[in-house]
Design a protein around this ligand. Structure first.
Ligand SMILES: NC(=O)c1ccc[n+]([C@@H]2O[C@H](COP(=O)([O-])OP(=O)(O)OC[C@H]3O[C@@H](n4cnc5c(N)ncnc54)[C@H](O)[C@@H]3O)[C@@H](O)[C@H]2O)c1
Length: 340
């Protein structure tokens, strides 16, 4: 199977040099997130287009605008489409590129921590429409992912936390060293980006994701492990009418999944205890009280992408680094969630 080449760069200057050396500016188009463009200098010899996008506008209209730019710049299948942005822009440009002339060359430069450790790897992309979030999309691997940690300098604390939660998820399912790194208070000390002895955290989390997606690109089996904490997280987001952020909701989702794993598999209690301390130290919530009734919650859960024949695949931990899929019916799932 094709794999993405992942390169690690310390600074945006190094990124500019890398692009110059490897990607001919005559045959490249750069799409850059507006919030990133205002913070960093990019080589003006490239054909650069600023894109303002967020979760509400992550839809087919923005994809059409991107196609229009590709077309008016005579992009072909061999054109390098370079996306510099967070997970939203990576998903949008990834999707647009995957079907433009049946697929041009995609290079992702993730700028948020979540996009660095998660969204830019594994080939999934997607846009939202009235059927729901990420309901339209393809699997399309970028040829290159360029991880440049200097971008983290301008990312706010909430976005850092969102990314850290995904890195911690990777720690639970694939490499517990990530937990040790994340629990040191590396963000507030400013050591995550520069100079960066902790690039390890990002690299290790990426290794977990790419190993899993290499084995099961299309999510027929083990890729579901990456949903650890997410089924409950999505339920919390929806229950709160999206007043609770995704990172925060998944953070609590992981906590509940750890509690269920203690009961079902006797998972060592120290994992939950240490994780809870981390949530509290980071200013993240460690408790959530559902607002909706049990039957309303069951309806939401039934609409989850992971539900098949009224059965849901919960990702739990038999042990640290040993995720398992537990198939439960919706009633039982509600018992497990509301019991916590
Ligand atoms: N394809 C996948 O496998 C996958 C996996 C996980 C999440 N996702 C998707 O990722 C999206 C969330 O990504 P996200 O959390 O990066 O959100 P985002 O792209 O909206 O970025 C968050 C905010 O940070 C800003 N930003 C990004 N980088 C910055 C930087 N370096 N400095 C200052 N501001 C910066 C953005 O403009 C935005 O306002 C969701 O749409 C989700 O569906 C995709």
């Amino acid at each position: 199977m094709q794999e993405s080449k992942i390169s690690y760069l310390d600074t945006v200057d190094e990124l500019n040099l890398y692009l110059n050396k490897n990607l001919n500016n005559d045959n490249s188009i750069i799409f850059v997130d507006s919030n990133v463009k205002s913070e960093y200098e990019f080589d003006e010899n490239y054909n650069i287009h600023e894109v303002l996008v967020n979760e509400e506008t992550k839809n087919i209209t923005i994809v059409e605008k991107i196609w229009e730019i590709m077309h008016s710049n005579s992009a072909t299948r061999s054109t390098n489409i370079i996306c510099i942005g967070g997970g939203v822009l990576c998903d949008v440009v990834g999707f647009a590129t995957s079907i433009y002339k049946r697929g041009a060359n995609l290079i992702l430069v993730p700028t948020s921590l979540l996009a660095m450790v998660d969204a830019s790897h594994g080939g999934k992309n997607g846009i939202n429409n009235n059927y729901g979030k990420n309901q339209i999309g393809t699997f399309y691997l970028p040829s290159d992912v360029l991880v440049c940690v200097e971008f983290l300098k301008s990312l706010n604390k909430e976005e850092i936390n969102t990314g850290l939660i995904e890195a911690i998820k990777a720690g639970f399912i694939g490499n517990k060293l990530i937990l040790d790194l994340a629990y040191e208070d590396i963000i507030r000390l400013g050591r995550l980006y520069f100079p960066n002895p902790y690039l390890d955290l990002i690299q290790l989390a990426i290794d977990v994701k790419t190993k899993i997606t290499k084995e099961d690109l299309k999510e027929s089996d083990t890729r579901m492990y990456l949903n650890f904490g997410h089924t409950i997280g999505h339920l919390i987001e929806s229950d709160s009418n999206y007043q609770i952020s995704h990172g925060q909701a998944v953070g609590i989702g992981i906590l509940i999944a750890l509690e269920i794993s203690e009961k079902e598999y006797n998972l060592d209690k120290s994992y939950k205890k240490n994780y809870m301390t981390f949530l509290n130290n980071s200013g993240l919530k460690s408790h959530y009280k559902f607002q909706k009734s049990r039957s309303e919650l069951m309806t939401i859960l039934s609409n989850d992408k992971k539900v098949n024949n009224a059965k849901i695949n919960f990702v739990l931990l038999e042990e640290i680094e040993k995720p398992v899929l537990k198939e439960v019916d919706i009633e039982q799932a509600m018992d497990l969630i509301l019991d916590e």
